[in-house]
Design a protein around this ligand. Sequence first.
Ligand SMILES: Cc1cc2nc3c(=O)[nH]c(=O)nc-3n(C[C@H](O)[C@H](O)[C@H](O)COP(=O)(O)O)c2cc1C
Length: 376
Amino acid sequence: MTTLDTNLADLLKPLTAGQIHAATRVWMAPLTRSRSKQPGDVPWELNAEYYGQRADPKKGAAVIISEATQVSSQGKGYAFTPGIHSKEQVEGWKLVTKAVHDKGGIILAQLWHVGRISHTDLQPGGGKPVAPSAIRAESKTYTSKDSGLVPTSEPRALETDEIPGVVEQFRQAAQNAKDAGFDGVEIHGANGYLLQQFLRSASNTRTDQYGGSLENRARFCLEVAEAVLTVWEPGKVGYRVSPLGEASDNPQDRPIDTYSYLAAELGKLGLAYIHVVEEFGSATRSDENEPVFAAIRSAFRDAGGHAYVGNGEYTAETAAQRIATDKADAIAFGKPFISNPDLAERFRRDAPLNEWDRDTFYGGGAEGYTTYPPLD
Ligand SMILES: Cc1cc2nc3c(=O)[nH]c(=O)nc-3n(C[C@H](O)[C@H](O)[C@H](O)COP(=O)(O)O)c2cc1C
């Protein structure tokens, strides 16, 4: 066997991350596809078919992380994304989890609150989106099919006494995920949304216990994690970060200090995995940035956390290399899973990959969603 073959075998071997027993190291990254049923942002049969196509744990994703799903109507930032706060949504997600389980797969719900990346048109009663501080993001969102991209609205700062209510939205959503048949949850702490808005000083200028020092800025993130752990055992919970990402007008902020602190605190809680967006948008997995990932990896593992899941522009070769050198325990693939429902099988057979079509990433129907063919 060549070195590459040996490495590929590493990518396809099983992994136990906390209480998640994954058939391979090939996981599916969370992917917003904006195809929930309207009105009500409800998952439906089409979504169940899409996830079911990718759910064979050996040929497709060993673990599927769902598209981001809003924990409340206040947490919504884009038209047509699903929620997990109404009865109808929970019923809709049951179709999805059943389709995945029928294939023997594992699916986790990614719990999402967009904070300031929203618009008054999407908010209950047309109110302002909420955020740690009243600082508007130079960013855009979709409010309807016809709106095109529109600038986000000016947010209002959450009152200190409102924050437990937002934490409770995550706890309730975690409970709803359990009721809907998910196998666990991933807390969305990445990509410029509410948790990251608290963590970074560019978007958090608060003077109460949720702002100022790193410990204070991380407080909300950790309170959310602790609330989720009142519902789920830590071995079934992951947390996603994008330490170098600057999406949604959220510049990075001493990434090694910030994220090794957060990773250690999450590790102490015994979480199943930390999911690190290493490369996306302006962030890259360059040699210069390796110390950031290494710091997160060791802080999380040393404190009692389980797996490190890497993500971002991976191929079978780079992923296998990463696992073989203990730089990651699993790799989450995003765009490759959009166009290749049987991605792991293609890796195994060294078969060519279908290319993805960016025009059908967000919104629409079956085209570019459930229409990508498997090998067989
Ligand atoms: C269409 C699309 C939708 C995405 N939706 C989400 C999402 O809902 N939650 C999230 O954390 N990241 C989301 N991302 C980021 C991906 O999970 C991933 O980090 C990124 O695509 C880089 O990985 P890849 O090169 O394997 O695609 C999205 C990316 C794309 C292209």
